[in-house]
Design a binder for this molecule. Sequence first.
Ligand code: MTE
Length: 435
Amino acid sequence: MNNNKSELELAHLHEQLRSESVAGNGLINRRHLLGLGLAGAGSLVAGNVLAADASGLVIPAWSKTPGRELSGYGSPSRFAAGVTRLAPQPNAISPGTGASRTPLHLLQGTLTPNSLHFERHHAGIPDIDPAQHRLVLHGMVRQPLAFSYEDLLAYPQVSRTYFLECSGNSGANSAPTAADNSAGGIHGLLSCAEWTGVRLSTLLDEAGVTPEASWITCTGADAASLGRSVPLNKAMEDVIIALYQNGEPIRPEQGYPMRLFVPGWEGNVSVKWLTQIKVTDGPANFRDETSRYTELLPDGRALQFTYPMGVKSVITSPSGQMTLTRRGLHEVTGLAWSGSGAIRRVEISADGGRTWADAHIEENQQALTLTRFRLPWLWEGGEAILQSRATDTAGNVQPARAAWVAMYSPANRYHYNGIQSWAVSAQGEVKNVYA
Ligand code: MTE
């Protein structure tokens, strides 16, 4: 039996839903929708779901014979083989350099599977033997120390869920024309994992930081020798030497056997393949904190050490390059985050920012992690511009694109956190636009 509604029934359901509208162009109050207990809401969402009918029950071939053997390390279904990182062609001039992005528009929830965590390398992925690797802690300390991987495993560890975002993320939207791309393609230098490791403060306390010290400078063991400076107060507050990512040893792409993890701050500071921490009385002014990872201002000056990532959100579905194939109820969903606290509120607009409705987010969001938001939307085949706007617990509100652009030089690509606009055409095509 097919559960498709007649045109008349659908028109009636749409009418009921319209009366539950919370903002222009079809945004619906989620609690009211659930409260209505609309018998037909399911069919509005799913299109042509079949009603359960025992006589129509088919037992498929895979239910009749044992399935494949067990395996040492799992992999996704072959039917989900398209859910991969968005990786560029290999870099011919500078091998191993570049970035692959998390396919945000193909994922749900808030945690990024390790195989889909974005990558940003400046000289490829070193193949480090943990037995040979050392982390040296020196400089303004009473006792310099050298830790092996085994040594670090013996220390007390903590587990924390944090997002990681490259400050170059979403930089495409700072360009004069809107690139035709997906949520992952534009904003996928963003991932979130549970990181487990040793608090840096534990190691600094053991080495004994001397009173004149105020910074640490950290270097990776890759061929880029990527280095970054971190103020000592942040290092003592919540920085960890991450050894595990979502429960397993961190991946080579993420810095195996150990990386610095600096919660809420631009990803570049979380030095991978960490091999050296020097305690100092000032920043080192490494290449990646002078010529790069600084924000160019309209008057030609640049901002340096702008560490926390701004409050931000992006609708991941519908996303650019998708097509809505049916009219009716859709769930608008996406991710919000801030480097200055937790997410307090996410608003959604379907009419290019004229009217806004509060999206549903779970209560008691943790700081410095990803927040999933959702809101039902009745799309009846008209044009729409979908936007989301996040507010964090520090009171920061995500800026409109124009407001962000006005703050910087046209050449600046870092720390973009302007509102993302997805235009939906009458044919259901979704495109990145500047609104
Ligand atoms: N650390 C080293 N040693 N080498 C690098 O190339 N890239 C940095 C940072 N740490 C990098 C590094 C940049 S620019 C970012 S955004 C993050 O690592 C990316 O971390 P991920 O590749 O685990 O996502």
